[in-house]
Design a protein around this ligand. Structure first.
Ligand SMILES: [Zn+2]
Length: 151
């Protein structure tokens, strides 16, 4: 009995280690971390659901096929979106790509239906701000050149 319980505990720790949740060894996890972990668990539980064929599970966000018409594809389009667990390609953090963010990506930003998030939110945001900064510097340089030409 004791051995069994220990094993179960070890398996749980391993799962946490795989999930990349820092601080899971201690019980001092913040509410935010606990919520994140349970969202990941929920997302993993529906990982095998096929949104093109299966009925929508609880929490699914329905897809609007008119908004997906930019996908010039004969493949079936998803009927809905569900939270997906992703592992960031840059930092390795396991994170949920929420169904409503997916809907935004595919239907509003017109992302291709075969693309999906590869970066966690914080890596995405730091990339975005790097790009914005690079653009600002570039535009500044262009403006300086223009001023030189004028004078
Ligand atoms: Zn990341």
């Amino acid at each position: 009995m004791v051995v069994r319980r220990l094993r179960a505990g070890a398996t749980r720790l391993l799962q946490h280690a795989k999930a990349g949740t820092p601080g899971s060894m201690t019980s001092k996890r913040t509410k935010g971390q606990r919520l994140k972990a349970s969202a990941l668990e929920r997302a993993r539980a529906v990982a095998s659901v096929d949104p093109r064929r299966d009925p929508p599970p609880a929490g699914a966000v329905l897809a609007d096929h008119a908004a997906l018409a930019h996908n010039n594809t004969y493949d079936l389009l998803p009927k809905f979106y569900v939270d997906r667990a992703i592992v960031c390609r840059q930092c390795g953090t396991a994170e949920v790509w929420p169904a409503d963010r997916q809907k935004w990506w595919y239907e509003v930003a017109k992302g291709n239906i075969n693309t999906h998030a590869v970066l966690c939110r914080s890596c995405r945001e730091s990339r975005k701000s790097q790009k914005t900064e690079a653009r600002r510097i570039h535009l500044e340089g262009v403006a300086k050149k223009r001023r030189k030409h004028v004078s």
